[in-house]
Design a protein around this ligand. Sequence first.
Ligand SMILES: Nc1ncnc2c1ncn2[C@@H]1O[C@H](COP(=O)(O)OP(=O)(O)OP(=O)(O)O)[C@@H](O)[C@H]1O
Length: 234
Amino acid sequence: MIELEGVSVVVPGSRHGQPDRTLLGDVSLRLPEHRVCVIGANGSGKSTLLRLLNGMRQPTAGSVRVNGHSTVDEVRAVRAQVGFIFTDPLAQLLMSTPIEDVELSLRSTVRNRRERTRLAQRLLDERNLGHLAHQSIYDLSGGERQLVALTSVLAVEPHVVVADEPTTLLDLRNRMALRRTFAELPQQLVYSTHDMDVAADAQRVVVVDGGRVVADGPPVESIAFYEAAMRVGP
Ligand SMILES: Nc1ncnc2c1ncn2[C@@H]1O[C@H](COP(=O)(O)OP(=O)(O)OP(=O)(O)O)[C@@H](O)[C@H]1O
């Protein structure tokens, strides 16, 4: 269960007279659902909201709890529970090849090195990435990198998966594959997207605008609200 209570995120203004900037204002959410999606226009605060969930961003006011753990006081416990998938996989791939990256993820759970390599290869094979295991991360396509990042995050079986616009770089086939993977995940999943088909896969869709929650409910209703708000002109 994820709980945000009276959460604001304010960035201080510059010394040159720029005022403080409120990225999120007074957000309260209890999220027990298995699949929660956050939608909103560019710059509305989706990434800021998601980054609160693993303590990457700290609230200026209010509290964020993940399965009872505070992201302020127990950030290590929270990070151990929450796997975060970035829009840009290069932000999270730490090693030079896919197999090394997945092995790195497995380091704390699989002590034996050979066993670790075998498991890493199997996990990559399961996502049809096995043939790329030893290729340089920089020689992979954006979509392939995204799937490697996903494999590394899921390898440690986090309790909660948070994904920030995970389908942006994926072609149709890989987007379908990711949606299937997400549908089958046993963990709670919180994700953002600009793709309304992907948003509709959730049980609950939260709409943010200007750092505030402006709609929150079943996908059909939230998406209709958002599409109406986005409609420009007569
Ligand atoms: N450290 C910061 N200092 C000042 N402004 C910031 C900072 N981080 C984010 N912002 C601003 O906060 C707003 C919300 O950013 P955020 O990344 O949460 O938006 P988003 O909804 O994820 O957008 P997108 O759909 O474009 O990815 C943006 O206008 C962004 O420029």
